[in-house]
Design a protein around this ligand. Structure first.
Ligand code: 6GU
Length: 244
């Protein structure tokens, strides 16, 4: 499943360049029985299965032992679960500074609660919807974190990145042709005035964010230029109501 992360795109290149190392442990390898059982029916009844405490405990202990050999003493350990703290860019930027991350991806209805008594696990969710397992959320988290590692992005990418790191939605983008079936690209982007281009992009980002995600602006400090642009936009909105 994790080939999408380790073999493709920005994260794949970061792994290939050894900017980070991703390693996998299979709980089945930490079972004792012939069937390599990792789940069982829940005490108290009900649908679905629960992941056994022992294979998970042994797997997590093995990971910690290996990290200790590599000099990492108390790694942050994250259990991907819809019950967790919602992942956002602030958490991503916090996690990229860690020397190591241990991610636990569950399957079935969940894991035996006693795993939490054996290991200090933080719970992280990637949004309010239900997925069938923690693997995709783990890849989402890793992709977001790995692209923040210095050197993971080409220069072309890193400048553009500032947008969401900035707490704003991205501005619209255009490339050739200038005119597609009468649909024009904004002339300001082809005028060669970099200050004007920057101002246009910031204005678009502010306008989009205010319309689509006003919640993002609530706790965000504004620079003088941003306040000026927002005031301009508010004045326009009094006079007209357009799609954007
Ligand atoms: Cl982290 N896991 C699962 N199974 N579903 C989710 C999720 C995590 N985040 C959102 N939905």
């Amino acid at each position: 499943m994790f080939a999408a992360l380790t073999q493709f795109g920005v994260s794949g290149r970061a792994v290939k360049q050894q900017l980070c190392c991703v390693k996998f442990w299979n709980p089945r390898d930490f079972t004792q029985d012939n069937y390599h059982t990792v789940d069982d029916r829940p005490f108290g009844g009900g649908p679905g299965m629960v992941m056994l405490v022992e294979p998970l405990d042994l797997a997590l202990t093995a990971v910690k032992t290996e990290l200790l050999r590599r000099g990492v003493v108390a790694p942050r350990m994250i259990y991907l679960s819809p019950q967790g703290r919602r992942l956002d860019q602030a958490l991503v930027e916090e996690l990229v500074r860690e020397p190591a991350l241990v991610l636990l991806a569950g399957r079935y209805e969940g894991i035996d609660e006693r795993v939490f008594a054996r290991h200090r696990l933080e719970e992280v969710s990637i949004g309010d919807y239900v997925l069938s397992g923690g693997e995709l959320p783990a890849m989402v988290l890793l992709d977001a974190v790995i692209r923040q590692i210095p050197g993971a992005l080409g220069h072309a990418d890193s400048a553009r990145e500032d947008s969401f790191a900035d707490g704003l939605l991205d501005c619209p983008h255009y490339t050739r042709p200038e005119d597609y079936l009468g649909l024009k690209s904004p002339p300001v982007l082809r005028g060669g005035n970099h200050a004007e281009v920057s101002r246009w992009r910031l204005r678009q980002a502010l306008s989009r964010t205010a319309r689509r995600r006003p919640d993002l602006l609530e706790h965000r400090a504004m620079s003088p230029v941003e306040l000026e642009l927002l005031t301009e936009l508010l004045g326009e909105n009094h006079r007209e109501t357009g799609p954007e």
